[in-house]
Design a protein around this ligand. Sequence first.
Ligand code: NAP
Length: 308
Amino acid sequence: MLLDLNLGFVILKSASMIQLFAKPVAEKIQKEVKQRVSRFKLNYGRLPKISVILVGDDTASRIYTQRKGELSSLLGMDHETISFPMDVNPELVRDRVRNLNDDPKIDGILIQRPLPKTFREEEVLYWISPDKDVDAFHPVHAGELLLGLPTFRPCTPAGVMELLSFYKISVSGRLVCVIGRSSIVGKPMAALLLQSDATVIQCHSKTQNLKELTRQASILVVAAGRPGLIDASYVQPGATVIDVGIHRTQDGRLTGDVRFDEVAQIASAMTPVPGGVGPMTLSILMQNTILAAERRENKNSSLLISAE
Ligand code: NAP
């Protein structure tokens, strides 16, 4: 079907667009994690435990931290939140992380971002011991990921891979465009896609002729942090569009980097916001935490890397 979206040109409308909802995928992962937690408890007589460090009183960070605690409990894991005031000396937090690194009862540690400006991110990345770094932000994990070695997978990009796999959208041999090159989303996203044999175009704010590149891709992953950046003119008809962006509008709604209603007219599959990539991140965090616990108890336990 032909469709004129007042974009100055006519594009082919997709016959029926599939929404890639996270719910069934997240539930599947959480069910598996719950079973592994039960086995872990039987085998080792203790619960896997995650510690979350929260600095300051940012509302969104508090909500995210609370959700981590709630899901840990739901899946049978132990958790704690260690809070510090906004003006804490970073050295104090680093000392606390060191204690957690040495604590045999702690399997996973996570430092909630954003941190106050007094913290130097390039130093904080090294604080958590790699075997407890369930966010997979440590440079050791980043390096392992690039080399294709077994490693923890960063939660949001791994969540995207799980979504694609669940909905049987193969990336092997396909041209995938990733918008964004941050250390927590864009770069590991491209590495995981490459690992799964995609041909990857990585774009960023200095990329010229962005639209020409995105329109070549049969899968477009958008992680630019720019609300509504992507309209239908950036999308190849029939493409799969993954929207990692998450923003709160002035009237309190959640929205992404992609103009959903417009792009839905030509894409073959899309993640909604909310309900798409967002809920996957937390599920992968739980998966990484049980994996960290299993590995610490059983050094031979293998790590996950492939999403397909
Ligand atoms: P970030 O650190 O701000 O990185 C944004 C990236 O997008 C940068 O690489 C930037 O390029 C690029 N970019 C910005 N504007 C662009 C443009 N106009 N054209 C092309 N590239 C552009 O953000 P992030 O941490 O990766 O997060 C991205 C989005 O995902 C945010 O909305 C964030 O809230 C969301 N997020 C969601 C989850 C989840 O669980 N769903 C998790 C993490 C993040 P330069 O490198 O050149 O600056």
